[in-house]
Design a protein around this ligand. Structure first.
Ligand code: MLT
Length: 271
């Protein structure tokens, strides 16, 4: 699928779009994890529910999207601003907004800043809370790895936790895909994302106020955002559906695409 580009001020936002310009379809947006890009949603691009249009942006700095010149005062709100700007450019007032892990942080930031744009919500393998002091220390370590070894070092460091046990043992193709997606990213994007994530606010207080249909997804073998996190999120949002994907770790959409796509399809059938 060809990358599309939208220019907002001095920024470029790149994205994949299953049906460019088709306003007759209902739009849904899927936001990628750290440190990947829009292409992590290729398995979802291959199965779009009938009547729907999938838009997957590269978050700031990733893929074909530009990062700011200065990395001062970064916030996950930047990602939310980009999503809002992109949707405005595409004349989309409201969409289903979904995100996996870091993409979930961005989706919650959009719920915070522009709830009127969110028709329904999908939160996959993510958490609502802010970083703990230990998580921040790990982020500082990751910053040192990016500086020293670049994206390949980050891939090496993260791989054992990004993918579940079953995938690591049985699916070398998934591992190669994830490694390739990480190595395509720029150190600037990775640094920017680390800073944004380590300073993100606690979104837990937001959850009780969410009154749109919500699907929470978790890989049963996710060690980065364990199932208990998904249960906490689903328990705090009235009427949320929780789907656990067997034999999947953190990147549940890539590890078990059919089960993940089934979860999306049955959620969309109810909207
Ligand atoms: C992700 O997959 O986006 C990251 O694991 C999120 C994080 O590091 O908090």
């Amino acid at each position: 699928m060809t990358r599309q580009f939208c220019h907002v001020g001095s920024r470029t936002i790149a994205y994949l779009d299953s049906a460019p310009g088709d306003t007759s379809l209902r739009p849904y947006v899927l936001l990628h994890a750290f440190p990947l890009g829009a292409n992590m949603w290729e398995p979802q691009m291959r199965r779009i529910p009938s009547g729907w249009r999938l838009i997957t942006p590269d978050l700031r700095g990733f893929g074909g999207s530009t990062e700011l010149d200065s990395l001062a005062a970064l916030s996950v709100g930047d990602y939310a601003d980009d999503i809002a700007d992109l949707l405005e450019e595409l004349s989309v007032d409201r969409a289903v907004i979904g995100g996996l892990s870091m993409g979930g942080y961005a989706a919650l930031a959009l719920v915070q800043s522009r709830p009127e744009m969110v028709e329904a919500l999908i939160l996959a393998d993510t958490r609502a809370g802010a970083d703990t002091p230990e998580a921040r220390a790990n982020r500082r370590n990751m910053l040192a790895i990016v500086d020293r070894e670049g994206p390949s070092g980050v891939a090496l460091e993260m791989m054992p936790r990004l993918l579940g046990k079953t995938t690591l043992e049985t699916n070398p193709t998934a591992e190669a895909t994830v490694r390739r997606l990480i190595k395509q990213q720029s150190p600037v994007a990775i640094r920017g994302a680390i800073h944004r994530m380590m300073h993100r606010p606690d979104s837990t207080p937001l959850l009780a106020g969410i009154n749109v249909p919500t699907l929470v997804i978790a890989g049963a073998e996710d060690v980065l955002t364990p199932v208990a996190e998904a249960e906490r999120i689903a328990g705090a949002i009235a009427g949320a559906t929780l789907t656990i994907i067997p034999d999947a770790g953190h990147l549940s959409n890539l590890e078990q695409p059919e089960a993940f796509n089934d979860a999306l399809a049955s959620f969309f059938a109810r909207l």
